[in-house]
Write a protein that binds this ligand. Sequence first.
Ligand code: FRU
Length: 527
Amino acid sequence: MAFFSLLAAPVLLFTGPLLLALPPRDSAETSDAAPSEEPYRPQFHYTPPTNWMNDPNGLVYHDGTYHLFHQYNPKGHEWGHMSWYHATSTDLMHWSHQGVALPEEGNEMIFSGSAVVDAANTSGFGTGGNSSPMVAIYTSHYTLEGNSSDQAQSLAYSTDGGATWTKYQGNPVLEHPDPEFRDPYVFWYAPDQRWIMAVALSEQQTVQFYASTNLREWAHLSDFGPAGATGGIWECPLLFQVPFEDSGQTRWILKVDLNPGAVAGGSGGQYFVGDFDGTTFTPHHGVRKHGPHWVDYGPDFYAAMAWNHVPESDGRALWMGWMNNWAYAKHLPTPLRRSAQTIPRSLHLRPLQGEPRLVQQPVEELQRLREQHVHLDSRPLAAGATPLKEAGISGRSLELVAVFEPKGAKTVGLHVRAGTDEKTVIGYDVEAEAVFVDRSASGVVDAQSDIPSRSSAPLSLQEGRVKLHVFVDRSSVEVFANDGARVLTHRIAPTPKSEGVSLVRAGSPARLVRLDAWSLRSIWNDS
Ligand code: FRU
């Protein structure tokens, strides 16, 4: 893990002829002051009111509410003083900020972890009227003398539906001699009527599994790793069941993040498909045959966490990730807040080359944000770039669904957030059989050398066509290609007036089969 300087960059304030450097704010604002005014504040992605954020934590559904906690610095705009901030939603789109739930105290920071609803009160934390406590399982990161540190797993609980939280007096509940021991993901394993924890020994590139009947005492079950991609440390493991698209069957997915060494450079996630028998995770053989399976081929999807206890009537496997990369997170030119979470995604398995592969789709709830709709019918693609402003398609918060028939062309695709001298290119490269996103001229790209990048993912055409489902926000582009077979997530920093969308083609004639575009409402001022 990269631990960064706790000194936040000074804020520059223009006061007539003088530029004053103000010290960083030392507490979070509680309101969303004119979020629509901020050029890079995402309009339909979760962000805290201000300050630094990283991993989503403790995603859990309880009594009609989706809870989202996340790594948060209450004191500044860079990593430090890690605490859990809390937000709630009833529709996965509109979030109410609830403030810091688990603060740093003394020499103990609150690192990543998960949350469960202890419906049978196995922990005994439930009292009186509330016998189904919510329990958070997180990593205590202890700063020790002489520049050293230690990590162990701890509990906190809430008996009022998540409004207030109490750290357990008996913390920590799980220790290990290795000081890099973190990010517990806990879920209820019904066949054995007990809790299972997946937790990382980061430097050993190992995920450990533990079991407990009461969340307080844990027994070691088995280890997994090193395996797959091992170019960096392992963090934020996740073990959960994902359904196939066309049957009720499920498989176990073990996701683990890697920093650095991911497919698009810097940090990113990989996954293994396999079986879990309550004790051991056994991967299928795909990894040896095809190399690591990447969760997302863009640089900005990390530390994804799945929602626990999604009701059976809903049945979806849902997750979101931190839309950022440790390689440059603190350099993103987004003052007031650093980072955003991705849109929530629902997960399925789809056979590819005879093996189940993870596919991700934007959750349907996003459709509620759709405003003006423009539809373009089938037409030949002109050579070069064709701006769509006159067709009514432009903007900074957009959803686009475009189907192309590339035929013999070299590339087909779209420019988004296009303006004078800048654009983000989303395309299909016919010869390489790959979908790509090029942000090298997307706006402010010089803050760090990994930012002006091009990322790509192998993708076969389907009956000669490629479908690009694109979400454009103030400072991000997420591309779901061929119904989520490949996903590429990117942060960008274009100038506000770059609102253009164009159709593009290089090489021989090709066709646009259809394009649907919607402007998306902001989640912040949405009544
Ligand atoms: C992942 C991570 C976790 C850790 C947290 C600290 O991004 O490094 O391993 O718990 O962030 O903020």
